[in-house]
Design a protein around this ligand. Structure first.
Ligand code: GDP
Length: 194
């Protein structure tokens, strides 16, 4: 699979706007500022295809990237406190609609900040994925910000903080130094060959 063959495809703010997809899709989910744009850019060897921002709470859209013969679906970040109730409702309608839709969604990368316990929203997302039988992998982001000792402690705590943790594939990742990116690319390539 050629990860360099990637381009922004389209962006939707309402579930009803999203047409059926003719290609397999991989979705990326996580709270605002968890490092989702940085992960997508790293996988695709790009500096700024997905927009990296230190300002969380961007507009609520699902952004699709065409990557060789699949689509990446960049789901809008959640958990930004300053978002209005109506924006939160729009988020829920968009993301739940997308995830529950009958499309060729082959995998979700669920991002969790490695430095902190998962938020209540993170746990809710993971439970949603489990309950709906959607295959997913947890990506623990910003791994470079932890010492070896802190990583070991977080790893152990996560076993009690994440539901069904022992059955979940977790990948420690850093957009800064590229740790974990090869494993993530291999998972994507395996999907493509299925
Ligand atoms: P998004 O809102 O989930 O798309 O998050 P971004 O990719 O925009 O990242 C949010 C902030 O975290 C930015 O300031 C990034 O530079 C920073 N960041 C993202 N990934 C990493 C990482 O792996 N290591 C470090 N040190 N910083 C990161």
């Amino acid at each position: 699979m050629n990860f360099n063959k990637a381009e922004f495809y389209t962006s939707y703010g309402l579930f009803s706007q999203i047409p059926k997809s003719e290609k397999a899709e991989i979705a990326f989910s996580g709270r605002s500022n968890v490092g989702k744009s940085s992960l997508i850019n790293k996988i695709l060897n790009r500096k700024s295809l997905a927009r990296v921002s230190s300002m969380p709470g961007k507009t609520v859209t699902i952004n699709f990237y065409s990557v060789d013969n699949i689509y990446f679906a960049d789901l809008p970040g959640y958990g930004y406190a300053k978002v209005s109730k109506s924006e939160k409702q729009r988020w829920a309608g968009l993301v739940e609609g997308y995830l529950a839709d009958d499309r060729n969604l082959t995998l979700v990368f669920q991002l969790v900040d490695f430095r902190h316990p998962p938020t209540a929203d993170d746990v809710m997302m993971i439970n949603f994925l489990i309950d709906n039988g959607i295959p997913f992998v947890v990506v623990l982001t910003k791994a470079d910000k932890l010492s070896k000792k802190e990583r070991a402690a977080r790893r152990e705590s996560l076993m009690n903080e994440i539901p069904c943790a022992e059955d979940i594939h977790m990948i420690e990742f850093s957009a800064m130094n590229g740790e974990g990116v090869e494993e993530i690319r291999e998972i994507i390539e395996d999907i493509e060959q299925e």
